[in-house]
Design a binder for this molecule. Sequence first.
Ligand code: SF4
Length: 98
Amino acid sequence: MSEGEIDYKYMVQVKDGKSIRISDASKRELRDLGMMDDKGKLKIKGLSAKMLSRMKKEYVECPVLMRDVNFIECYVCSNFISRIKGQVYCKGEPLATA
Ligand code: SF4
């Protein structure tokens, strides 16, 4: 499927109100990307602390992992293409880490 320039398999609705724990694998990835410090505090360039704290309470029902995933984890996922109007455009490829 594609919409304009975007090649995606799933369009996933971003929901809020549930703070899903970020997996250890994603935390490692966030640290490697310099988006999380050693204390586990998120630091994502261009995003204010207020935006980050809002994002942390958002989640998606991931069609690949078949579970709820914190939006931060989705944001750094290799399948993440873009977020437009509350929808995540997802490549939908199989993921090695759960
Ligand atoms: S981008 Fe990753 S975490 Fe987000 S919905 Fe797609 S597979 Fe799931």
